[in-house]
Design a protein around this ligand. Sequence first.
Ligand code: 13P
Ligand code: SF4
Length: 321
Amino acid sequence: MTSEMTDLQKRIMKLKNERKALILAHNYQTLDIQEIADFVGDSLQLARKSAEGNGFDIIIFAGVRFMAEMAAVLANEIPVYIPAPAALCPLAAYVNAETIRKVRREHPGVPVVIYVNTTADAKSEADYICTSGSAVEVVESIGADKVLFGPDANLAEYVRRRTKVEVIDITSKGHCYVHQQFDEAQILLLKEEHPNAIAIAHPECPPDVQDVADIVGSTGMMARTVVQSPHKKFIIATELGMVQQLQACHPEKTIIPAYDHAVCRQMKKNKLEQILEILENLPEANLVSVPKDKEEHIRTILEQMNRVKGQGPAVPVPVES
Ligand code: 13P
Ligand code: SF4
């Protein structure tokens, strides 16, 4: 992605090989982390990669904590470390196990589909799990006429519009503070300024933003679209790490952020220095796990999710050495 690695990046690359470490990074990580990662992708792609870590001694997961927990559950006993243990996704705070038990009592027999952006506690009460890239297929695969879905109400609406299933919000309040900032008028203005551009929005964006986008999909879907589309200009409504990656990987295309301040502060807590520290000292404080009594159920529903096709193949980010 960049022409020359810094001394810190080179040191990490060397130690990574010596330690037999697999570094996985979410699309919202800073570019310096994306450049030293073995694989960069969306939540669904990263869940799949976590399950394919055989041959590595450790996994370092640069993302928010629920993603690293998902990797820990799927990693076949390979220890998983997170650079910033305090990187928590605020969306996860909208539901807990008690919220789910309560909605179940109100809707007996209706299956519960939980977004992966949740705590292990909430996941342990769910029947199905999904990411943004697998939500529609997971809901359709159940074969029920109704589902309880949460916590992201915008993602729930995205699924509602694409299936015949009645999607009932577990909470109507759940949203991502980063994606909630995108605005329909902002996108319409950018489309007017760039009439040939394709607008792509994340399904965590509000429904009116989804309405004016040409494509709505996960961050992996965004990467795949920019790679495969003959179009030259794209308006991107998601976190800026994705925008920066797309521009760095496709200098021949113009990538326009739909909002210049869409930064996930939690994702950005991960730093190269912490990755080096993990490689040098394997600090216990950075090890990730979920409570033992919840692990098996969470693994079962994650593996079930990994079997759906999702929004298409992983698009690896080319890294120059
Ligand atoms: P993706 O799975 O689309 O990468 O989304 C993860 C996320 O946290 C979006 O805010
Ligand atoms: Fe959570 Fe939003 Fe950050 Fe994604 S962008 S990790 S949903 S706060």
